[in-house]
Design a protein around this ligand. Sequence first.
Ligand SMILES: Cc1cc2nc3c(=O)[nH]c(=O)nc-3n(C[C@H](O)[C@H](O)[C@H](O)COP(=O)(O)OP(=O)(O)OC[C@H]3O[C@@H](n4cnc5c(N)ncnc54)[C@H](O)[C@@H]3O)c2cc1C
Length: 489
Amino acid sequence: MDSGSPDASAVDVAIIGAGFCGSMVAVNLLRKAKQHVDVALIERSGSFGRGLAYGTTDRSHLLNVSAAKMGAFPDDHEHFYRWACENPDELRRHGVNAVESHSFLPRVVYGKYIAQLLDQVNGARGSLRRITAEAIDVAPQANGRLRVKLRNAPALIAQHVVLALGNFPPGDPKLRDQRFHRIERYLENPWSEETRKKLAEPGDVLILGSGLTGLDLLLSLAPLKSQGTIHVLSRRGLFPRPHRIVKPSSSFLDANSLPKTARQACRLIRVQVEQAEARGIDWRAVIDSIRPYSQQIWQQWPIEERRRFLRHVKAFWESHRHRAAPEVLELKFQLEKAGRLRCHRGRIFSISPEKDFLLVQFRDSNAHLEKELRVGYVVNCTGPECNYHKLKDPLVVQLFSRGIIVPDSLFLGLDVGLGGTVLNLQGERVSHLHTLGSPQKGILFETTAVPELRVQAAELAGRILYQLEHRRKSHTLDQSEHTAVAFQI
Ligand SMILES: Cc1cc2nc3c(=O)[nH]c(=O)nc-3n(C[C@H](O)[C@H](O)[C@H](O)COP(=O)(O)OP(=O)(O)OC[C@H]3O[C@@H](n4cnc5c(N)ncnc54)[C@H](O)[C@@H]3O)c2cc1C
């Protein structure tokens, strides 16, 4: 293939980001292709198939979905479970001696599973080129292709580009005095090894946020931190609820009569949970039965209703919907019982750097009092920043400046068409530029976990292949017409 540029090489598809989403688009492309397809998978960390979630090396970080539901393919949910059963050595290496369909396995094991899928697919129906580099620009070319600029590596010219950028670090809390943002005692990256080491030092520490990332840190710190109290502070004081094995319940929803407002949805769920519990059915089954309809509900709500949901319901919904392995919450309970962990519900109004500590002042919503904590470190676990305008990521900043991407109207992700086509500043499709996963939060809301992402990855790969094959056919037709015309002459 002619790259049309001396300093760049050509590929059919360039995928930026090799977490679950990018890797599974690559795997599906290479598995389903009927003709040869060249795929470049670009990852700045150098670790392919893992991404943020499965790149952890801490084996206490568990999946929050049971093994039998974590298959990477939409038509084979048990694929990962079978892989785990067939790879006992891999499990033992990470301290797991037996696996059941309902086990919550270490996330590091899942990373290995995806990495292996990538290894197996190479050469099947095309080529997979792994490029360790950071993509810093994507520029549409006059011939309809896209030029992907890489830091410290030659550029690529691609027919299609997939932005699989995933989750970004949490945004810094916006307080009147922002000086703490620059202080060593404020740790903005909850996932780094250095953060864990610092938090393990003697002395009190504060975790901001009580979601899955906050729980991850508790797990890491439990064996490491021998002196000092771990404080957790969040606005609502809600932790993810524990999973339990429950019999699935048939859905009480019907595609033609979905709740029209957030209030109606809450009322409906409350009534259904009460009725289910009276019949001995767990509330989890009711929540899970909504899953097939949640994207449809979100899409039919007008923007004000979506805003209302985000303001009043989101935190409660997420703590029930994105649950954690029971053993994780058991550990939290034990830490609290031993006095090593204290959880607070409230709103911070200042974090002031003092000589040897950070002074954190907050309004305690339970006691209706202003309180303060003196801690050695504050770590931000408030969840990935999804307002793209606030990101300093070089690629994102560059794409904004080109007007190629814009945030969606709720600032939850990017403005995209159905199926993940990126929309530009004018609201038009950017030809051959696609995305999947978290940037689609604005239009889908539920686009976070493997059960949704595996569908998106397979469908996107199918659409790209269709377009590539269609283009090749019309190209061949064009050429044969030229030949026919030439012979007539
Ligand atoms: C801590 C955590 C735990 C989770 N646990 C679960 C779970 O147990 N079960 C579940 O179903 N879901 C879980 N999730 C949800 C998770 O988001 C998805 O399962 C999935 O991993 C998302 O994959 P992704 O590829 O979209 O993003 P990511 O995993 O974030 O991958 C994006 C990749 O893109 C790379 N990248 C970004 N920009 C560039 C660039 N410019 N150039 C080159 N490379 C770039 C990054 O380095 C990264 O590797 C978890 C999420 C988190 C954050």
